[in-house]
Design a binder for this molecule. Structure first.
Ligand code: NAD
Length: 287
């Protein structure tokens, strides 16, 4: 079982998302944008895309050096300011301290991107309670803490804002290979939709972004015990043959995130197979 393998069953709908970064130049000028998991992959690309659009960027990651690199690159990309903060999103006290510090020193966050997440593969009965806790702590509690602490301050301020939660196509695509991960992402999708309903009318939009397979560290062999490099390559090739899934860059997910904020979209499947699976899940839920 592997990450790629779990998605190979999904359906390609043939469309490809338009790159949109350039379109939002200066759109976020001066706005305070906080991205969790900004040290790598989708979070890094998102921080840089907001930087390019003129935002003030707070790059949060549990990996201090990675966060610092993203903040540095954000400055080079044109951010009006950029800071690095080290935090484990699953830790409530750390997140409370982070929210206090950010509010005091940089202001109330205008756009929050809860992106930090971890992968976990393995069948239901191969997944230990400890593994379940780990994935739910980061992927679900991390998003809850972010929404409560930063979204709460946004609502109190009363001047609107936007929250983007990075879920996954796994949220609506049942899989034998990723039960814990998929469950965590289904929770992220639903909590985003509930919060969107709650914040409607306060000028705060909430978006759940649901990528399929994207080229980042999370999809690499290192994250999945039991899948060796040869197996990974084989599955990558199979996925590429079937759906042309290879090389979907995190920058395209970042572009979709910026677009979703500008358009205030509710649920955004990104990558062709994620869009196909979304359509299927609505036509024939559970199949
Ligand atoms: P990645 O591993 O490249 O990046 C994740 C980043 O989050 C890393 O910098 C890591 O240090 C950080 N992080 C992990 N746990 C953290 C924690 N507890 N506190 C703070 N930071 C933490 O992975 P990615 O592919 O860029 O994943 C980003 C998000 O996108 C995740 O939520 C993931 O589930 C989701 N996603 C990814 C894919 C994909 O194919 N890559 C598909 C669907 C959804």
């Amino acid at each position: 079982a592997s990450w790629i393998g779990a998605f190979v069953t999904s359906v390609e709908d043939g469309r490809s998302p338009a790159a949109a970064n350039g379109k939002h130049a200066e759109r976020f000028s001066g706005q305070l944008v906080l991205v969790t998991g900004a040290g790598s992959g989708i979070g890094q690309a998102t921080a840089l895309a907001f930087a390019e659009a003129g935002a003030r960027v707070v790059a949060v990651d549990r990996d201090a050096e990675a966060a610092a690199r993203t903040a540095e690159s954000s400055r080079l990309m044109g951010a009006s300011a950029a800071w690095a903060e080290t935090a484990d999103v699953s830790d409530e006290q750390t997140m409370e301290k982070l929210a206090e510090k950010v509010t005091l020193e940089y202001g109330v966050v205008d756009v929050l991107v809860n992106n930090a997440g971890i992968g976990l593969s393995g069948s239901f009965f191969d997944t230990t309670p400890e593994d379940w806790r780990k994935v739910l702590d980061v992927n679900v509690w991390g998003v809850i803490h972010g929404c409560r602490l930063f979204g709460g301050r946004m609502a109190e301020r009363g001047q609107g804002g936007h929250i983007v939660n990075v879920a996954s196509a796994a949220a609506y695509q049942p899989s034998r290979a990723l039960p814990a991960y998929s469950t965590s992402k289904a929770a992220v999708l639903m909590l985003s939709e509930c919060l969107r309903a709650e914040l409607a009318g306060q000028g705060i939009g909430v978006t759940a972004v649901c990528p399929g397979i994207v080229n980042t560290a999370i999809t690499s062999t290192a994250h999945f015990a039991g899948v060796d490099a040869q197996e990974e390559t084989r599955l990558q090739q199979r996925a590429a043959r079937l759906y042309g899934l290879r090389n979907y860059p995190p920058e395209k997910v970042a572009a979709a995130i910026l677009r979703a904020v500008v358009r205030d979209e509710a649920v955004v499947p990104v990558t062709p197979e994620a869009r196909g699976a979304r359509v299927l899940s609505r036509l024939a839920p559970g199949v």
